[in-house]
Write a protein that binds this ligand. Structure first.
Ligand SMILES: [Zn+2]
Length: 189
């Protein structure tokens, strides 16, 4: 995988542009990756609903849960589906609207200085091996393209919005991710 720094796009991703983004502050140093978990409806996988939510086309009549969220103007840079396939909604140099009210190490508004990666999943069951493999390759590609990220941090949405958010949930295996990142010799693929 490779990120083109000029376009802010990941070559392995299906591109599905979201309008829910804007410019980062001019002085923003992007040095944080925020990991999220999402499924729509909650606990169901494989449907078109995450794409629909992030492109403001979620049908509120399609499921009772959607009536509460279809007006939300949200996005993420990437979604990693259960099979490891990747969708990109926002170029990395732009500000995706994924973290909401948040803070990390004394800095507020994490959207300003972070990359948001959603994994299709829930708080109630493990993520798929294919998702960890894809996440490893995505993060290594981001590190190659943006050195500040390589020197930076990876946090969960629950870490940057404690008490308000629980994703990616207790089943997300942080030590496994760290082992994958440490073991890889980072050859571009
Ligand atoms: Zn989240």
């Amino acid at each position: 995988m490779r990120v083109d720094p000029a376009s802010g796009l990941l070559d392995a991703a299906l591109q599905l542009p979201s309008p829910n983004c804007d410019e980062r502050p001019p002085d923003a140093l992007v040095d944080l990756i925020v990991i999220h978990g999402i499924s729509l409806p909650p606990g169901e996988y494989g449907g078109p609903w995450i794409d629909a939510l992030f492109t403001n086309s979620l049908d509120p009549a399609a499921h009772p849960y959607f009536r509460d969220i279809y007006r939300h103007r949200v996005s993420a840079h990437l979604l990693l589906r259960r099979d490891g396939s990747v969708v990109q909604y926002v170029p990395f140099h732009r500000r995706a609207w994924h973290a909401g009210v948040s803070g990390f190490q004394g800095r507020e508004r994490c959207n300003d200085f972070s990359i948001g990666i959603e994994l299709e999943g829930s708080d109630d069951e493990p993520y798929a091996a294919a998702q960890y493999a894809a996440l490893q390759q995505v993060i290594l590609a981001l590190h190659r393209a943006y050195p500040a990220l390589a020197a930076g941090h990876i946090a969960g949405h629950s870490d940057v919005a404690p008490g308000r958010k629980t994703d990616p949930g207790p089943y997300f295996d942080w030590s496994h991710l760290q082992a994958l990142l440490a073991s890889d010799d980072s050859q571009p693929v």
